[in-house]
Every structure is written in C-alpha cells, then in structure tokens.
Design a protein around this ligand. Sequence first.
Ligand code: DAK
Length: 269
Amino acid sequence: MKVGKGLHRMEYKNLLFEIEEGIATITFNRPKALNAMNSETMGELLHAVTRCRNNESVRGIILTGSGEKAFVAGADIAEMQNLRPKEALAFMELGHETLRLLETLPKPSIAAVNGFALGGGTEISMACDIRFASETARFGQPEILIGLIPGWGGTQRLSRLVGMGRAKELVMSGELIDAKRAYEIGLVNRIFPPDQLLTETKKFAKKLAGMPGFAVKMAKHAINFGYDLAIDNAIRIETECCAQCFSTDDQKEGMKAFLEKRKPAYTGS
Ligand code: DAK
C-alpha cells in the first residue's frame, strides 16, 4: 500500500512494515508478549524479508521492536511448551530459513535493539549485518534456563561474533548482559540513548544505501562466504568479488571523481 510520497506500508498481524526512501523498516509488534516470536510472526518475517529481497527499490533493512521494553523477548514459550519434536523441528527450520535469507540478502541490514533481545531475539539480531542498541537493551541466550539450547543459530553465530569462550559463557549460564557489555565483547556495534536509536539507525542505513550498491553487495558476500573457509579459498572469493566491481559504472565514477577532486555521483549500475 502506497501511503504518501515515497512511503509504502504493508499490513501484517504481528509486524509493522514500511519502506521509506529506500529503507525498509520491519517492526516486531506483539508488545503484550514483549514481541516474542511465535510461528505466525516468523512466517510474516519470512514474507517481509522476501519482499525486501525482491523489491529493487529497497536498499537497506532495519529490524526493531515496538514499545520501549523489548526488541524480541525470545521464541514464544507459550507456543513452544507442548511442541512434539517434529513440530519443534518445523518451527526451527522456518526460523533458519528466514534468518539465513536475511543474513545473505545482497543488501545491508541493521538491528536496532531497543530493549530485551533474548534467545530468539539475540539470534534475529545476529542474522543482521550490524547491531545498534539503546542504552537500555539487554542481550542473552537464556534457553538453558528452560531446558533448551538456542535453536535459531545462537550457538553458531554468537561464537563467530564474540568468540567461543564468551559464547559458551552466555549459552551455558543463560545470563543476560547489558548494552555496554554487549559492546565490549563485540556483539553490538554502537550504543545510543533510547530516543535517538531509530533516528541514528535510519541515518546510518541511508548512508549505506548511498554507497555503490554492487560494491556493498560484493563486500557482504566476500565476508559472509569467506569467513568459514581456509584463508587461501577465502582470499580467492574476495579477489573474484573485487574484480567484478570493475564491471560497474560506479567503480569508474568513484575513481574518476577522486582524480577530479569532486564528489562521486553513483547510479547503482
Ligand atoms: N514467550 C512468550 N511470552 C513471553 C515471552 C516469551 N519468550 N517473554 C515474555 N512474555 C510475556 C510474559 O509471559 C508476559 O505475559 P502476560 O503474563 O502479561 O500475559 C508478558 O510477556 C510480559 O512479560 P513479564 O511480565 O515476564 O515482564 P517482566 O518485565 O517481568 O520480565 C523478561 C521481562 C523479558 C525478563 C521476562 O518476560 C522473560 O524472562 N521472558 C522470557 C525470556 C526468555 O527466556 N527468552 C528465551 C525464550 S527461548 C527452537 C526455536 C527457537 C528457540 C529454541 C528452539 N526450536 C523450534 C527447537 C529459541 C528459544 C528461545 O528464544
């Protein structure tokens, strides 16, 4: 639905979704359950992320939570309580499909973590490229306290982001950490006062959206797909991605502008 100049909104039951100036903002919106993720919300997230992938006008994605208290307080414990293993597997796979799609989207994504990001909430934030947090944000993988382990990539993405020792500390104890500690261990990129979080996140998303788009895509691809490879193979991926940038008008324009001592005018081609 087109709402006003450059602003599109899409109706979901548990998400707010809008596109403004090339930035899609997806807001988890079940405030009574602290935005806990049930299967319906995860299905809607998959739909929204797919739309972002298919819509060429979307050049960046922000994920955040409605209300002041929570980003996402985890997978919905009430829904999960009586799941049989087969149903649990289906719920887990829906989450994996969604988060892997988000993580590998050829456009930048930022989690604006405005409160509790627990369990599935930390896991969703880690599938984004960058995490900005409000001073009041709290992170953790408390699944162990309810007889589980993380089920949407927490054991894997957390150790890649903060190291194995810190990941084990958090996953095995279930302890929560505040935004400052999350920043110290490299889980969070930047911290803002609560009333500035979304504005600053949008500002940064727009900055990334103004970069040469193909180079942004190649940078993300090289980092994502080189990370788990042996160094010689990883460097090969970087080399191929970098070489491909020379096929773009933006590379020609960027270098020409530098030599002519002027600002580049990128077209995204
Ligand atoms: N699920 C369902 N409802 C939740 C919830 C959650 N994760 N978190 C909060 N709520 C609900 C509360 O039940 C309460 O509902 P009412 O009683 O008002 O109806 C409402 O939100 C407000 O919460 P509180 O009253 O508890 O608020 P407080 O300020 O006192 O406490 C809190 C805030 C965030 C510290 C607390 O709510 C809390 O500890 N929440 C649970 C946090 C948590 O354990 N999160 C991790 C969930 S486990 C898998 C797939 C995924 C996963 C695992 C497996 N497979 C399918 C196999 C991932 C698992 C998780 O994420």
